[in-house]
Design a protein around this ligand. Sequence first.
Ligand code: NAD
Ligand code: WQD
Length: 336
Amino acid sequence: MTILVTGGAGYIGSHTCVELLSGGYDVAVVDNYYNSVPAVLDRVEKITGKTLKRYDCDIRDRGGLERVFSENKIDAVIHFAGLKAVGESTKLPLLYYENNISGSVVLFEVMEKYDCKKIVFSSSATVYGNNPIPYKEDMVTGDVSSPYGRTKHFIEQILGDIYKSDNGWSISLLRYFNPIGAHESGLIGEDPNGIPNNLMPYISRVAIGKLPQLTVFGGDYDTKDGTCIRDYIHVVDLAKAHLCAVAKILDTTGIEAYNIGNGVGYSVLDIIRAFEKASGKKLNYVIGDRREGDLPAFYADATKANKELNWHAEYDIEKMCADSWNFQKNNPDGIK
Ligand code: NAD
Ligand code: WQD
C-alpha cells in the first residue's frame, strides 16, 4: 500500500512519514523544500530503518505530479503541502491563494486523472473562527480572520464539491488544533526558518539562548490567568491520527471532518510553567500587548475522532514540552 505524502519533509509531514513507515506502508514524498530541508527525510529513514521515495517537486507542477503517479501506484494521499504563516498571509494573500489553493486544485486534478480518490487533508481549527467552545465538527465554519485560514476553508469546500460531483471519493478533513512536541529521538521536530511565529518554537529558542525574551501576547483576556487558552497536541499523536484516517478512507467513501486535539485548554502561562519544569530552565518572558487576530480561548471536542477513527491522544503537556526541548537541545542550529 503506497501513500503519497505532500509536504512530507515538513514538521507534521515528517512525523507522519515515521508513523506510516513504521506501520508498514510504502511512502512517496513530494516537497519543494520551501519550508524544510531534504535532510529531514534522511532522519525519517534513520528513525525507521526504512526508505521512502522522494520527489523534489512543487504541487503546482502538474507534470512533476503526473510523474509521481505514473511511477507509483498511489493508494491514498495525505496532503500537508502548503504555506502556514498567518501573519505573512495577510501581507501576501495572493501567494497563499496560489500556493495553497491552486496547488491543491492541481493535485486533485492529477489524482482524478490517475483514479486515486482517497485523501486526508490538513485543515485547521482556524476554520471555526468565532464559534462557541469547545469546537464541534458540525458548527458553521468559514468566519476566518486571515487569508491563510480562508485557504483552509476554501479547500474544504472544494473537496466537498468534488465529493458531491463524484461519490467515489473518500475524503478526511483533519482539523488540527495546536501541534507542539517532537519525535522522542530528538532527530525531527519543528524547525521554522527565521524568527518563529508560534509559541513553542519561540519558547524553545529563548530557552536555548537564540532569542532574548518571549513576549506573552496579552495578559488581560477573560481567562483563568489573563492569557490565551489553546488546545495543544503532541505532534506524534497528531501523526497517528493520520494513520487512523487513512485506514478509514481506504475502506469507505464519503467526506468527513474531524477535530484532532486533546480537548483540554492550556493557557500560555501553563505552557511556560510546563516547559520550565521539563527543561529545568527559567524562561525570560514579559507580558505584552495582545496580538491582532488572536481569539481568547479555543479547544476541541474530539469525540468524533475518538469514536469514528478510534483515535485517542496519549501525551500530556509535560511530554510535549520535554520532547520539544529535547529536539531543540539536540539541534541548536536546526536541521541542516
Ligand atoms: P511545514 O511548513 O513544516 O510543512 C509544510 C511542507 O510543505 C514544507 O516541507 C514545505 O516545504 C512544503 N510545501 C509548501 N508549499 C509547497 C508546494 N507548493 N509544493 C510542495 N511542497 C510545498 O508545516 P506543518 O506545520 O508541517 O503543516 C503541515 C500542514 O498542516 C499545512 O498545510 C498547515 O497549514 C497545516 N496545519 C498546520 C498547523 C500547525 O500549527 N503546524 C495547524 C493546522 C494545520
Ligand atoms: C499560541 C498562543 C498566542 C507566540 C496558529 C494558527 C492556527 C494553527 C496553529 C495552522 C496564542 C501566544 C504566541 C508568542 C505568545 N496553525 N503566543 N507569544 O495562534 O493559536 O494558532 O497556529 O493552521 O491556524 O492561527 O498558535 O503558537 O501562534 O500561539 O504569547 O511569541 O501563544 O497569543 O495565545 P495560534 P501560536
